[in-house]
Structure formats: C-alpha cells, structure tokens
Design a protein around this ligand. Structure first.
Ligand SMILES: [Ca+2]
Ligand SMILES: [Ca+2]
Length: 565
C-alpha cells in the first residue's frame, strides 16, 4: 500500500465535535484550512508545529450549509510553511495536517497505477496480494447481430484482447475508455518531462516510453481491434449480455460480444487515436509503426462518422441476445465531432477538419464527461499557442472559472466545489470536483496569472477529507477512506483493503441503488446532497469506481504534483 499514514485521533468524537481536513497533505505555500463541526472553536484551536512550538489559528469564520442547514466553522490556521506534520488540537480532538514539498507524489502515482491493476486479458504479476491469474482473454469474441456487416456477419469470431475493465464490472466500453484516455493524454502533454520521470512500476517501466503512455497503450492495443477493418466503423462496446456476479475474472464464463457500431464511439475513437498518433511519435522504438497505423485508423473512423451521423446507440433494440450492461448511450454527437475534428486537425493540418471544428465548436464551457466531450476538444486548442480557436475557447473557460470561484469565502468547506445541490450526483467527485479543478488548472496555465491555482487546491482539500462526510474519497489514502467500493475485483479477491488509488463516485442524493435494492439492503446515513454517501459494496450510486473517474483523478492530481516537480 502506498497509503500515507496520517495518525489522527477522535475524528468521530462522542461529543459530536469533528475536525475535517485534507488527510493527505498540503503544500508549504498553500493556505491551511480546517473545518470544525459541532462546536464554535472560537480561539481554542491550537497548532503544534513540527518543531514543537504551539501557535494559535489565524481566524475563524462561521458558515451555514445551504444544503443541510448545518453550522460549521472554517478555521484558517495561518501561514504554516515549514514542512512536516502539524498537530491540530481542539479540546479532546486532534488530528495531523501534513505539509510537504510533494504531498501528492504517492497518490498521483497510485491513481495512474490503478489502471495497471484493472488490466484485462493478462495475468497481474507485479502487485503482491493483488496478483491474479489471467481472465477475459477475449481472443474469441462474437460479432453480435447488431454489429454485423457483409464481411463480418453475426457470429463471426474476432480477437479483441487487452484494455481496462471499465468500472465495477468487467466489460469494455469504447466511449468511456476514449474519454478516459483523452483526459489523461491532455494532462500528459502539459507536462511531458514530469511524466517521463513518473514510474508506476508496471511491466513496461524499464522501456524508453513514459509509463503513462505505456498504460494508454495497453488500452490502445484493444482499441486497434474495435474498428471494423472493412468499413471503419467502431463497435460501441465489448460486453457480456448481462453483468457478471461478484466473482474473479478467471471464474467468468459468459460469452463476450462486440455490439452495434455507433457514431459516438467511432468519433471518440477517431479523436483519441489522433492524439495517440501524435503523442507516440517519439516512441517508435518501443512501439514501431503505431503512430502511422493510429493516424490512418483515426481518419477512417472520422469518415465513417461523417457518413453515419445518426448512428446512435440504442441498447433496448439489441436482441438475441439482449444486452443489459452499461449503455453509454448519447443522442448528441456535436461534441464528439468537435473533439475528433480538433484532434485530427492538430495531427494533419487538413482544412476539412478545421472547418468541422469551427462548425461544431461549443458555445460555452462545460465540465467534461463521457457524454459531452466538447471540453476535450477545447483542451486541444488551449494546448496550442496561437491556434485558431484558442482565444474564444479561453474566454469560455475563464468565464466558467470566474463563476466557479464566486462565493468560496462564504462556503462551508472553503472550496469552489460542494456548495450547490447540482454539485452532487452519480460520479460527482469526478465530473464536478476533479474536472472543475482541471478547468481551473488549465485557466491558471493558459492565462499565466496563477489566479486559479489556489482554488484548484481547495478542491483537492475537499476531495481528500475537508468535506461533509469526513472521507478521503481515494482508496488507500488518508485515515478514513472507502474500504468497500462497488468493485468486483476488490470484493472478490479475498484481500481486505481495496485496490489503492481509486476514486469513488461520491455523494449522490439520487440513491438509485436504494431504489433498485430496497431500504432493507442498503440505507444511506443521510439524504442531504453532500452527505448522501455510504461506504458499502452494494452502493453503485455512491461508491462505485470507474476508469473515467480515475482518469479525472490522474489528470487533476498529477497536474498538481507536476507543478511541484
Ligand atoms: Ca515506461
Ligand atoms: Ca455527446
């Protein structure tokens, strides 16, 4: 385990007094804030510095939650710039706040290394207790009738191995995998020197390619098999008809299918293949021929998308067998066209892609999600100085960020994220906390002002413990983190601790799992938006894991760590 051991006492005190703080750590130059619940701390918060001096907190602000009505106290501990462990005490309560030059080094590496642990179609042999034998070889996958073409009729057997398991389940979905790679590659290209040094202890760590790219390649090798070579369309997903039980991969016996080609999967494929073609160019020695192959496949996929603009994925139409696994259905492909055209224009410089990028450019900035990838298109332009659409898209980005940071000084947890009921829902910690922070970091870098960085750090504080639940939402880190994520591998492997480095979905007042399972099987502690979370294996609505969520964690936390590198 890479967990940072952060000793803390009395976090769940009998007297109801609780101290909430970032359980992983802070940077020396960052503001140090804790939040106290259950009592007015007044001037009674004491901080013992690493060299044993006792100092008083700088200020205390009262905040009333617009979500629960609870009163909390936001305590600014002042300028604690020496590195080390600070003990923060209030009456009988105390906890440790770690300050370091690289507080996120381990969590950054673990968040990326998680993708190694969820590799499909290979034995896992470099992870101690988490090692497992090969499952889901996927060398005999059936073409479903929904995906049939003259040269690949229904029932054709294809080989489609490798790739990551998508989430709590064992299927492989092109839309979500492309989105995940897009997020991580976007951060990669901001900090190539940092990633050249980041060792995640994977089988490819000894080669000449950055481990992040090696990890992407493990999924890209699967992508190479998901395009129909006869027409350029891309299968929406590789899946069993129904979800497997909570068993290990080696015990899974259902047949696996590739199903319907969709315009969204095909364009997402085109975008990420174009990015990969460009970014793997310097690494021909390890991956000979890949860049040229990926570029050709990306252009061919885009062409198929142009010819099939309404080929949306309709899972309910699939028969013989019916398919009930994750749908990733999406009835708007404007954003996929924008991302793919933008990525292909960067790769090829062809006017037709520029024309399409202009045609499909977004009107406002939205946090990226698998169903709305327009921001991944915007990131393509923001990464290129002087590029044609950069100014417009940067204005959209800064308008979003300026709105996001309003009200932080009145917020319950001193963060842009977490003050609005809309901040909470399925996968919220990814889409609204990590991806919002990523937007702030892009704005920080693109404007050169460092105006937004401190707010991104506040979202890290929220994510890692300074929140209404008191959880550090990344497994294996902090002193109170999820132990029972909705994740088949972690549940079935007979190891008590879940895989480290996983971001869970987070508070979700929708509680769709309770709706499905009934209150007798699952009872959340609260329905308040920012407290509607339960660390229970059954809770797929608040405690599942997913590659897109972890990708946003990688993109966000690695960016922070790269800034300190
Ligand atoms: Ca490597
Ligand atoms: Ca879309």
């Amino acid at each position: 385990m890479m967990a940072f051991a952060c000793a803390a006492l009395g976090l769940q005190a009998k007297d109801g007094v609780e101290i909430r703080r970032n359980q992983v750590g802070c940077y020396p130059a960052q503001e140090k804030v804790i939040v106290v619940e259950g009592t007015n701390p007044g001037g009674k918060v004491r901080v013992t510095t690493p060299d044993g001096k006792v100092v008083k907190a700088k200020s205390v602000r009262k905040a009333v939650s617009p979500l629960s009505g609870k009163t909390r106290y936001v305590v600014n501990l002042g300028n604690l710039s020496a590195t080390g462990d600070y003990r923060v005490s209030l009456g009988d309560e105390s906890c440790v706040l770690h300050v370091g030059e690289r507080p996120y080094r381990d969590i950054a590496a673990a968040s990326l290394r998680l993708f190694y642990l969820i590799r499909s179609g290979v034995p896992i042999e470099q992870s101690g207790a988490y090692n497992r034998p090969l499952g889901h070889a996927d060398t005999k996958v059936l073409v479903h009738n929904s995906a049939a073409s003259p040269l690949r009729p229904a029932g054709t057997v294809i080989s489609s191995p490798y790739g990551w398991y998508d989430a709590g389940d064992y299927n492989k979905y092109v839309v979500n995998a492309a989105f995940s790679m897009g997020l991580m590659l976007a951060t990669y290209e901001q900090f190539p020197e940092y990633f050249a040094r980041l060792n995640t202890h994977i089988p490819e760590s000894g080669n000449a390619t950055p481990d992040l790219l090696d990890e992407m390649m493990f999924n890209l090798k699967w992508f190479l098999t998901m395009q129909d070579p006869y027409d350029g369309g891309v299968y929406h997903k590789l899946t069993t008809p129904n979800f497997e039980g909570f068993v290990m991969p080696v015990d899974c016996k259902q047949p696996r299918y590739v199903v319907a080609k969709s315009v969204t999967a095909t364009l997402d494929f085109a975008a990420v293949m174009a990015d990969a073609a460009r970014l793997f160019e310097p690494y021909q020695a390890d991956y000979p021929g890949f860049s040229a192959q990926a570029a050709a496949m990306a252009e061919r996929a885009y062409q198929w998308g142009k010819e099939h603009p309404t080929a949306f994925y309709h899972q309910q139409q699939l028969k013989d067998p019916a398919v009930t696994t994750g749908g990733y259905g999406d009835m708007n492909s404007r954003d996929e066209f924008f991302w793919a055209a933008s990525a292909l224009y960067r790769l090829t410089g062809k006017q037709a892609y520029l024309d399409d990028a202009k045609k499909y450019q977004p009107q406002r900035f939205t946090t990226p999600s698998w169903g709305d990838v327009s921001t991944l298109g915007s990131f393509e332009w923001l990464a290129t100085d002087g590029s044609e659409l950069r100014e417009t898209l940067l204005q959209q980005l800064t308008a979003y960020c300026d709105a996001a940071i309003q009200g932080v000084e009145q917020s319950s947890f001193q963060s842009p994220y977490g003050n609005n009921p809309r901040d909470f829902g399925w996968g919220c910690l990814s889409e609204f906390c990590c991806c919002q922070a990523m937007a702030l970091l892009y704005a920080d870098k693109a404007t050169g002002s460092e105006k937004y960085r401190r707010f991104a750090l506040q979202n890290a504080d929220y994510l890692l413990g300074r929140n209404a639940t008191g959880y550090c939402f990344v497994t294996g880190f902090g002193d109170k983190s999820p132990m029972h994520p909705h994740h088949r591998l972690s549940d079935a492997d007979n190891v008590e601790a879940p895989f480290p480095g996983m971001l869970v979905g987070g508070p979700n007042p929708g509680q769709q799992d309770v709706r499905d399972l009934g209150n007798a099987k699952l009872t959340y502690p609260s329905k308040v938006p920012d407290e509607s979370y339960i660390d229970a294996m059954q809770s797929y609505a608040s405690n599942e894991i997913a590659i897109n969520w972890n990708a946003s964690l990688v993109a966000f936390i690695c960016w922070l760590d790269a800034l300190a590198d």
